[in-house]
Design a protein around this ligand. Structure first.
Ligand SMILES: NC(=O)c1ccc[n+]([C@@H]2O[C@H](COP(=O)([O-])OP(=O)(O)OC[C@H]3O[C@@H](n4cnc5c(N)ncnc54)[C@H](O)[C@@H]3O)[C@@H](O)[C@H]2O)c1
Length: 287
């Protein structure tokens, strides 16, 4: 890649910003993790980390075949469910409650949209992408946040995307859903933290999973653009889950440590006596 095409580093030193992996894995031991989209890609990688760390897993996906593999290979409990449907969540909550000791919820299931021209966007496709990528996170936080709080606290990590921080012009609907997830996570984090629930997002770049279709893969390969291993994203998930801070949006890129994104404050008012002021209480920017 040409020197001029490189993005500047976000902030250094990076590796000290999240707890070490060993500490994060230790925190999973004996606890229950609910992972959506667990049958494939990033979700499957989180599932493997959790079980490898001595945690218990409740894997959720709409794809039965991948879940059966997860159950057989990892000895995990699995539930076939469409996480975009509000009606799926009471049963998921009940299953997690029965298992007990909930410590981590990874709201990770997601789909691309792939339609660039909004005039050609089928409404049902639009609703489906919103349902999986955004509604899931809203319903998941609503259903499992209180259970986490009741069972001693823990973390919810939503898989957003780098497309939650910067636009992906080829997929504006995907971009919109992932920006929404980042905003949602940052907005709920302060109140949920008061109940002992730490909420975060991870924002990976291009990850080597089936979500990247053949055309995208071809373009990336031609540009010699490096793909991220799904395990690296899973490691970022468990590390931020163990962090003290809340409402982080953790960038994951190939070959570099995961790093919480530093948001810039937008300009504030400029009226006399209130230059740069932030609105009070929950009307303001938490951080
Ligand atoms: N692959 C990438 O480049 C990339 C980059 C950034 C973010 N992400 C995000 O990572 C997350 C995981 O994706 P992945 O890359 O592992 O892709 P993947 O296709 O390998 O896995 C996604 C999983 O989600 C499941 N799923 C989809 N809709 C569902 C629904 N309604 N109910 C239950 N399960 C459902 C699928 O069956 C699949 O098993 C997604 O949120 C995606 O947007 C991926």
């Amino acid at each position: 890649m040409a020197e001029g095409a490189r993005t500047p580093s976000v902030e250094e030193p990076e590796d000290e910003l999240l707890p070490p992996l060993g500490v994060a894995l230790g925190a999973l031991e004996g606890r229950l993790a609910v992972v959506t989209g667990a049958a494939s890609g990033i979700g499957r990688a989180t599932a493997e980390l959790v079980v490898g760390a001595g945690g218990r897993l409740l894997g959720v996906d709409r794809e039965r075949e991948g879940l059966v593999r997860l159950r057989d290979e990892l000895g995990a409990a699995v539930v076939v469910a469409d996480v975009a449907q509000e009606g799926s969540w009471p049963a998921l909550r009940a299953a997690a409650e029965r298992a007990g000791g909930l410590g981590l919820v990874h709201l990770n299931a997601g789909v691309a949209c792939g339609v660039e021209d909004l005039a050609a966007l089928p409404v049902d496709q639009y609703r489906r992408v919103l349902g999986v990528n955004l509604d899931q996170v809203v319903f998941g936080l609503g259903a499992l946040g209180p259970l986490l709080a009741a069972q001693g606290g823990g973390a919810v990590v939503a898989t957003a995307s780098l497309a939650g921080l910067v636009p992906l012009p080829g997929d504006p609907i995907y971009t919109a859903t992932k920006h929404a997830v980042v905003g949602l996570v940052r907005a709920v984090a302060p109140s949920m933290a008061e109940r002992g629930v730490r909420v975060h997002a991870v924002c990976p770049g291009m990850v080597d999973t089936p979500l990247l279709g053949p055309e995208v893969r071809r373009m990336l390969a031609e540009a010699h653009f490096p793909l991220i291993d799904a395990r690296a994203v899973a490691e970022a998930v468990v590390r931020v889950a163990a962090a003290d801070a809340v409402g982080q949006a953790v960038v994951v890129q190939a070959g570099r440590p995961p790093v919480p994104f530093r948001f810039r404050r937008p300009p504030g008012p400029r009226t006399p006596g209130a230059e740069g002021a932030v609105p009070p209480g929950r009307l303001g920017d938490p951080g």
